[in-house]
Design a protein around this ligand. Structure first.
Ligand code: SAH
Ligand code: SF4
Length: 369
């Protein structure tokens, strides 16, 4: 029986939802059904759900895993999200990769035939940073990839003015990852300072889509104050936004952030991991043909976290190719236990890897950019 509604002292399931949800065949993909599945802690149910999602993935998009070499360009950030270890007001050693460092990481991605790179970092909108990204996009596009197409480029650099998104799109980026963080505006407000705006974030997502990016989004899973309904709503938000790709992952507390320091409870590491896999599986059932990333945050909670994400319905992995010396400073949360050999693990399992391919979402018609 799935009975637990209280999780570490806070109400995880706020409404009186009946969840005599014992069997996968009873799962419904509406708000009530999703919330009940999320709240259900029955291991057999969770395992069956993940297996089913893997089957649905293979049928809808094939068994391949696509790679994006992750380049963490800088931990300098003008924002102050209450959960983030590189927020503006936290004291830490800041870094910014030089253009040559970014390019040599991108060349490494090309030589390993990753097909794509993701440039991620703190949010900055100063002219020097914007121009640097534009130059880098053009330079990365001209890297020789042999017989493969030029590297596909995803950006994840936060909210920017529409003109900046346009400039970067014209320079060669075609995917952008901007998590909504929580689709519930009240929860969004609780985990961000007052001057951060849910509406602005949503506007930015629509700007990206209108410009022509493959606009990916996502949310953290298992933050303080988050209920099973909130998570169900996150899934329904992805569906409503009709996103072609999702990168979502467990919340991992950073010891020095305001959110951690409030002492507000959140699910255990084990539960956040199980929730991370379950959200991937439910999303795969809800949106069979999109790209879903097995997030780095999974790997922090389990040495085979990303591999388990793939076996629960994800189809994208982002191996970190940031120079080691700087990577350790990109501390959104504690990443000491990160396993770097995920691609090898997956290949060893016999799961095919889409080497040299962009691996764009099958949810969209590819317009040959
Ligand atoms: N600055 C950009 C991109 C870098 S942050 C942005 O915010 O969009 C990338 C992601 O890290 C964020 O979207 C957030 O969801 C995640 N993140 C930050 N702190 C985290 C934490 N403590 N646990 C899990 N994920 C976190
Ligand atoms: Fe900056 Fe992104 Fe961290 Fe927010 S989540 S503080 S925008 S790096």
């Amino acid at each position: 029986m799935c009975q637990s509604v209280m999780l570490h002292g806070f109400v995880f399931l706020e409404e009186n939802i009946s969840f005599a949800l014992m069997d996968l065949s009873e799962l419904t993909l509406d708000r009530e059904g999703l919330a009940a599945a999320i709240a259900c802690e029955d291991a057999a149910f969770e395992a069956a759900l993940c297996e089913e999602a893997y089957r649905v993935k293979v049928a809808a998009v094939g068994p391949e895993v696509y790679l994006r070499g992750l380049i963490e360009i800088s931990n300098i950030c003008t924002k102050n999200c209450l959960y983030c270890g590189i927020r503006r007001d936290i004291r830490c050693q800041r870094y910014e990769l030089s253009e040559e460092e970014v390019l040599s990481a991108a060349r490494l991605a090309a030589s390993r035939r990753f097909g794509s790179v993701v440039i991620q970092g703190g949010e900055r909108s100063d002219a020097a940073f914007i121009r640097k990204i534009t130059r880098l996009l053009k330079a990365i596009k001209s890297i020789d990839t042999g017989d493969d197409p030029p590297l596909g480029i995803t950006l994840s650099l936060g909210e920017q003015p529409r003109e900046v998104y346009e400039e970067w799109f014209d320079a060669g980026a075609h995917r952008y990852l901007l998590r909504i963080e929580s689709s519930n505006p009240d929860l969004y407000r609780r985990i961000h300072p007052e001057d951060h705006s849910y509406d602005r974030r949503l506007r930015a997502l629509y700007d990206l889509k209108e410009i022509g990016y493959h606009a990916g989004t996502g949310a953290m899973i298992g933050t303080p104050f988050q209920t099973a309904q909130d998570m169900a709503d996150d899934l329904l938000f992805y569906k409503k936004f009709d996103t072609p790709m999702v990168g979502m992952g467990p919340y991992n507390p950073h010891p020095e952030t305001p959110l951690t320091l409030t002492g507000a409870p959140y699910p255990s590491a084990e539960r956040r991991f199980a929730l991370g896999l379950k959200m991937i599986a439910l999303l795969r059932l809800l949106m069979p043909d999109i790209n879903i990333a097995a997030a780095t945050a999974l790997e922090v909670l389990d040495p085979h976290g990303r591999e388990k994400g793939i076996l629960s319905g994800a189809n994208v992995i982002m191996p970190n190719i940031t120079p080691r010396e700087q990577m350790v400073k990109y501390n959104l949360y504690d990443r000491k236990s990160l396993n770097a050999s995920d691609v090898l693990d997956i290949a060893a399992k016999g799961i095919p890897i889409g080497y040299g391919l962009w691996g764009d979402s099958k949810h969209l018609a590819i317009e040959g950019k």
